[in-house]
Design a protein around this ligand. Structure first.
Ligand code: GLY
Ligand code: MN
Ligand code: MN
Length: 435
């Protein structure tokens, strides 16, 4: 619980001119009276460590009791069906709230908590009930301001501040990420061994995810992608229903979640254990781009430099493979690579697979933010000769390859957290050997 308290106090040091209201997630109906599995939303978790739905955290700078938590009320009847709830007493004793209320008290208690603040930090649009309650408060307090009430002058988004905090990972967060990655690496070992010609993609998925669960991962950080053959050219292919052909590649993009932190790893390998010459040609280009991107991931470089460096290798590779013609720099400036490389090379990684935090300041073409120790990002170049790349050389059609690592920026460079996962041609072929 200490890390959550420390984050709240840091946030209260950053935001001193308004109360901060951060909602938990809500259950979503799947059908009739069945709900989708609940996973707490990350900003709320980051500040509270509280995993139940419908809760609301209120942080009040300058108050003697700065942390208020609204939680679902205890309810023996409902709890018999859907599980035990924490309730207001344990919200204080176990979760460090200075004051706690039930969510049924929100309409009466939240206005009191906010009455002394002219400004409220809340991300409008994230919670329908709070949207209505806060805009209503704004109207009511404006009406009563001439009689001495403090007006609620502005509702400001706190997420940029919280996102910035989340961008730099603490040693404990890095430990959790490493554990998520180690679990995922063990799942990849199983996937390498399970994938064989005529096996279904979902069979490999089941074995891999069985390994995740067995090693202590409650759930995945995102739906696993097991894309064989031309499916590998669909970036987020998650149906995983096809049977794998002899001679085809399998692209696996998966990440176990551990203590709410997600891994994000991609490897592509031949299901029969041996790359064809054209598969290998493409693989080597993607691998070189991955390695060049990782080399560029160091303090002082911009986050977008990683992309620029990898993109240059990929585009040169596309020229060498005969997929593009022309001048390298012009192809990059005019985005001639787009039929074969249509995604970014990196994103932040943490509680969310696409973790919070900005990549640039000053607009779409503004300068990239500088990498700093404690940031974690993916490096995931790929090349895809998919169904819409009609001009692709015939011999490359249907090949899709991505190689994705998770990289921690350190004071003097970086640490590849995913280094245990086979990556070179010979490592991948050895891991995938069908014998
Ligand atoms: N797994 C989604 C991604 O690599 O961004
Ligand atoms: Mn990724
Ligand atoms: Mn991925």
């Amino acid at each position: 619980m200490d890390q959550f308290a420390e984050r709240r106090s840091r946030l209260l040091n950053e935001i001193t001119d308004g109360a901060i209201v951060v909602p938990a997630g809500h259950l979503a109906t799947r059908n009739h009276d069945v709900e989708f599995e609940f996973r707490q939303v990350s900003p709320f978790w980051y500040l509270t460590g509280f995993g139940e739905p419908d809760a609301i955290a209120v942080l009040r700078p300058g108050s003697e009791k700065p942390y208020a938590l609204f939680v679902l009320p205890r309810d023996p009847k409902l709890e018999t069906w859907t599980g035990l709830r924490t309730g207001v007493e344990a919200a204080q004793e176990k979760f460090g709230a200075d004051v706690a209320f039930t969510t049924t008290e929100l309409d009466t208690e939240l206005p009191k908590l906010l009455a002394d603040y002219e400004q409220v930090y809340y991300a409008l649009g994230t919670d329908q009930k709070l949207d209505a309650l806060l805009t209503d408060q704004s109207v009511k307090r404006r009406r009563m301001a001439p009689r001495g009430d403090k007006a609620l002058n502005s509702i400001v988004d706190p997420m940029p501040v919280i996102d910035q905090m989340r961008l730099i990972k603490s040693p404990l967060e890095v430990e959790c990420l490493q554990k998520a990655i180690d679990i995922t690496a063990a799942g990849f070992d199983v996937a390498f061994k399970t994938a064989k010609p005529s096996v279904f993609e979902f069979e490999v998925q089941a074995e891999m995810e069985h390994e995740f669960r067995g090693r202590g991962s409650e759930r995945n950080g995102y739906p696993s992608i097991l894309a064989s053959g031309a499916n590998s050219c669909i970036l987020h292919y998650i149906s995983n229903r096809d049977r794998m052909d002899d001679g085809s590649l399998l692209l696996v993009d998966a990440g176990a979640e551990y203590e709410m932190y997600s891994a994000d790893i991609t490897r592509t390998w031949p299901v029969n254990g041996t790359f064809s010459p054209e598969q290998k040609d493409v693989y080597e280009v993607v691998l070189a781009a991955n390695e060049a991107g990782i080399d560029a991931a160091k303090p002082g470089n911009g986050a977008m430099d990683v992309h620029d460096v990898a993109l240059k290798v990929l585009t040169q590779g596309l020229l060498d493979l005969g997929a593009l013609k022309g001048d390298l720099d012009a192809l990059i400036t005019e985005r001639g690579f787009l039929p074969y490389y249509m995604h970014g090379t990196s994103h932040w990684l943490g509680l969310d697979v696409h973790d919070s935090g900005i990549y640039r300041t000053g607009g779409r073409t503004g300068p990239s933010i500088k990498l700093e120790a404690g940031m974690v990002l993916t490096v995931e170049p790929g090349l895809y000769f998919g169904p819409f790349a009609e001009d692709a050389p015939e011999r490359l059609k249907g090949i899709g390859i991505r190689t994705e690592d998770d990289v921690l920026i350190t004071e003097d460079g970086n640490r590849v957290l995913t280094s245990a996962v086979p990556k070179t041609v010979s490592e991948v072929e050895a891991a995938a050997s069908v014998n």
